[in-house]
Design a protein. Structure first.
Length: 198
């Protein structure tokens, strides 16, 4: 038989199990620099149109989407989270670490200021004419093709992806790390700033 204290603790823990994050609760997780640390917290949703003045750490959370109009003045860490969707007008001024998240398709028009890490995600599609302002990693993803006219300002990491052919036109300002992938078709128009590593 459960004691009253045990029942109370059970009720509290189930109430904390999953909940949306509102504009009041958000204050509990902000530091003096505007960084929002939700790592491992029990939240399931962010408020619509939220503006975060620093970094957003939502690693190991059950948050499935970034609502339309979300602005992150710093970087996003969504590693090993349930994140699967980004709404229209999402802006990330720094990098986006999506390692181990649930992203399948990266929408068009999402602005990211730094690298994009899709390692160990179910990523299947990137938008046409995509521009990456740093490194791009699609390591160990089911992605089969890079979009036409992709521009990558840093390095490209492919190892363990399903990519065997490159688009006709692509730009990589850094190096291409094949990671054991065998490329059967190379671009007719390749702008490469660095080297190709097998």
């Amino acid at each position: 038989m459960l004691r009253p204290l045990s029942i109370l603790l059970l009720l509290i823990s189930s109430a904390l199990a999953a909940q949306p994050l509102d504009s009041f609760r958000i204050l509990n997780h902000l530091d003096n620099y505007g960084n929002l640390d939700l790592r491992g917290k029990p939240y399931t949703e962010l408020p619509p149109g939220v503006v975060i003045n620093g970094n957003l750490n939502m690693a190991k959370t059950q948050i499935k989407s970034l609502p339309a109009g979300t602005t992150i003045e710093g970087s996003l860490n969504a590693s090993n989270s349930a994140l699967a969707k980004l709404g229209k007008g999402v802006t990330i001024k720094g990098y986006a670490n999506l390692l181990g998240s649930q992203i399948k398709r990266w929408p068009n028009g999402i602005k990211v200021g730094g690298y994009l890490n899709f390692t160990d995600t179910p990523l299947e599609k990137l938008p046409n004419r995509m521009k990456v302002n740093g490194d791009l990693s699609v390591v160990r993803t089911p992605l089969e093709a890079l979009p036409e006219n992709i521009i990558i300002k840093g390095d490209l990491y492919l190892g363990g992806s399903k990519i065997t052919q490159f688009p006709n036109t692509m730009t990589v300002n850094g190096n291409i790390f094949l990671g054991g992938n065998r490329i059967t078709k190379w671009p007719e128009n390749l702008t490469l700033g660095g080297a190709v590593a097998p």
